[in-house]
Design a protein around this ligand. Structure first.
Ligand code: HEM
Length: 407
């Protein structure tokens, strides 16, 4: 059970929070870097908003990921905080050592620097093709027409999804991870179809391996240990889902941040050598992952002044930690030449983002060409009309309509 201390209400559906959560996080952090909050339905959990405390929590083995560790009241009732439904079984983000160590070791053998570097020319080709299609158009939607197409194609390329299946693949993954008005039933159906498709693809790769990650995952072994069919399916699903939405939102958020800060955009456009540092700063400033996934207390523990009890749920607000003034002076200012390398946008500890290198490669490719291009464009709608996706975990725009500036 949660200790009775002062509890702040947090309403993730409040439109002003959805549009800009940073002032709320700043208030929470000023109050206490680790504190108890309650959702409007009364569910309570700990939220971590300080940078030091966030790093501590994400490397503390007493905070686990298995949803079964949660106290009963968080798993039951009409609106449980943590669902016990696991349509894709256990994967990296729902497992703890020693299971997590085993899975991560096997996947690390395939998700190598060499594989991602080898993919870079293909990423450029895909990105250039998409941007060529936009050149000359008076108006386009950067999220719909570019950002959401790039990562799906790249993930398909990485996994070895046949070209002809990619349109269908994107429809399913969008319905599963970012349903836009669809019913729960439609989402379940898409999940089922995606699962069936991936199982068949895995079977195919076992029979006819190719030079792709999925074939390598099927074959990978460590001391005679291999991934089971169920684990392969979960892994493929995780890569697809996690790798898609994050990259879409990274590109959308970063483009908007640069357009709101034209002097920073001009610097980047003038000097492409700044792009790597700029990407770290853009992730720090308004990254695509607002909070970590849930962590559950395996035992009673203390972080800072907070007495966390076994079964309590903990959320690390990465967006808050990344604007902690103790670590980043003038945190609300975008400054692409600051050292933002200690940002926590990719997490920390054993669950540190597996796809960080891929995400950086995609963003680097995108912004080398996008930054000069964005200078010739402006928002095609008033800023207040931009709509952000609701929910605590992901931060991203539904659409970013841009139009060419005419002289
Ligand atoms: C585009 C920007 C991305 C950001 C900001 C991001 C961020 C994160 C964060 C914060 C975590 C840790 C979550 C936690 O500890 O609760 C994570 C984990 C993970 N990410 Fe990413 N991610 C990105 C892209 C990707 C891509 C492209 C892939 C793969 C194709 C990927 C695959 C994963 C996986 C598999 C994990 C789980 C690792 C584990 O539990 O061991 N991510 N990511």
């Amino acid at each position: 059970m949660v200790t009775p201390t002062s509890i702040t209400e947090l309403d993730p559906a409040d439109p002003s929070f959805v549009a800009n959560p940073h002032p709320t996080y700043a208030r929470l952090r000023a109050n206490s870097p680790v504190q108890l909050v309650a959702l409007p339905n009364g569910t309570r959990f700990w939220i971590i908003t300080g940078h030091d405390e966030a790093r501590l929590a994400m490397s503390d083995h007493r905070l686990g990921k298995d949803p079964g560790l949660a106290a009963e009241h968080l798993r039951s009732g009409p609106n449980p905080l943590l669902s016990e439904k696991r349509p894709f079984g256990n994967h990296l983000l729902t497992s703890d050592p020693p299971d997590h160590s085993r899975l991560r070791k096997l996947v690390n053998k395939t998700f190598t620097v060499r594989r991602i570097s080898a993919l870079s020319p293909r990423i450029r080709e895909i990105s250039d093709g998409l941007l060529d299609d936009l050149t000359g158009r008076a108006q386009f939607d950067l999220v719909e027409d570019y950002a959401s197409l790039l990562p799906t194609s790249v993930i398909c390329e990485l996994l070895g999804v046949p070209y002809d299946d990619r349109g269908q693949f994107r429809t399913w993954s969008t319905a599963v991870v970012s349903p836009n008005g669809g019913s729960a039933e439609q989402r379940d159906t898409a999940g089922y179809e995606l699962r069936t498709y991936l199982s068949e693809l895995i079977r195919l790769k076992a029979v006819t391996p190719a030079d792709d990650l999925l074939s390598e995952l099927v074959a990978v072994s460590e001391d005679g240990d291999r991934l089971s069919s169920a684990e392969l399916l979960s892994m493929a699903f995780l890569l697809l889902v996690v790798g898609h939405e994050t990259t879409v939102n990274l590109i959308g958020n970063a483009a908007l941040a640069l357009m709101r800060n034209p002097e920073q955009l001009a610097r980047l456009a003038a000097d492409p050598g700044l792009v790597d540092g700029a990407i770290d700063e853009l992730i720090r400033y308004d990254g695509p992952i607002e909070t970590s996934t849930w962590r559950l207390a395996i035992t009673d523990l203390r972080i800072g002044a907070a007495e966390i009890r076994q079964g309590d749920a903990v959320l690390v607000a990465l967006a808050a930690a990344n604007r902690d003034p103790e670590h980043f002076p003038a945190p609300d200012l975008l400054n692409i030449t600051r050292d933002a390398s200690r940002h926590l946008g990719f997490g920390h500890g054993i669950h540190y983002c597996l796809g960080a290198q891929l995400a950086r490669a995609e963003a680097r490719t995108a912004f080398r060409r996008l930054s000069p291009m964005l200078r010739d464009h402006e928002l095609a709608v008033p800023e207040e009309q931009l709509e952000w996706r609701p929910g605590l975990l992901a931060r991203g725009l539904f659409r970013l309509p841009l139009r060419r500036i005419t002289a």
